[in-house]
Design a binder for this molecule. Structure first.
Ligand code: DQA
Length: 137
């Protein structure tokens, strides 16, 4: 099983920004924990602040069994990422560390959910693990 974890805009600031919301661990630390916990799964991690780069990685994701996507704020308005997800046959699970439905109104809309297999939100770093586990059951 090969899973691709894509983190979008500002997720590289995890551990430094809004620690009360996103925790104190860096994205690298979280990724190491994910790889350790998902024994037997080949995990690849990608982060970019660039919408186009994220689209290109999704377009070229043919070797993976699934994508776990935290697009960050792009979730709420990027039709480009939405169309990239819709253009590939690989199942994508949308992830958020925070419970976006309990936050500002603009976070309650996702333009990506409709083309995703499912959505996991609100479990901090464990949102990534729960999303990955959905490919193992
Ligand atoms: C986020 C939620 C988004 O609304 C926000 O813009 C992020 C992170 C999350 O993981 O909770 O950057 O996707």
């Amino acid at each position: 099983m090969k899973l691709l974890f894509i983190n979008g805009v500002n997720l590289n600031m995890t551990g430094k920004r809004e620690k009360d919301v996103y925790g104190v661990q860096t994205l690298d630390e979280i990724n190491s924990e994910i790889a350790q916990k998902l024994e037997g799964v080949e995990c690849t991690f990608f982060q970019s602040n660039s919408e186009g780069e994220i689209c290109s990685v999704i377009q070229n994701s043919g070797e993976y069994d699934g994508i776990i996507l935290n697009a960050g704020a792009y979730t709420h308005y990027s039709y480009a990422i939405r169309d990239a997800v819709a253009s590939v046959p690989i199942p994508v699970v949308e992830v958020h560390m925070s419970n976006v439905h309990a936050r500002e109104e603009f976070r309650q809309k996702s333009v990506i959910s409709k083309v995703c297999r499912g959505v996991v939100a609100g479990f901090g770093k464990n949102s990534y693990i729960l999303a990955a586990e959905s490919f193992l059951i």
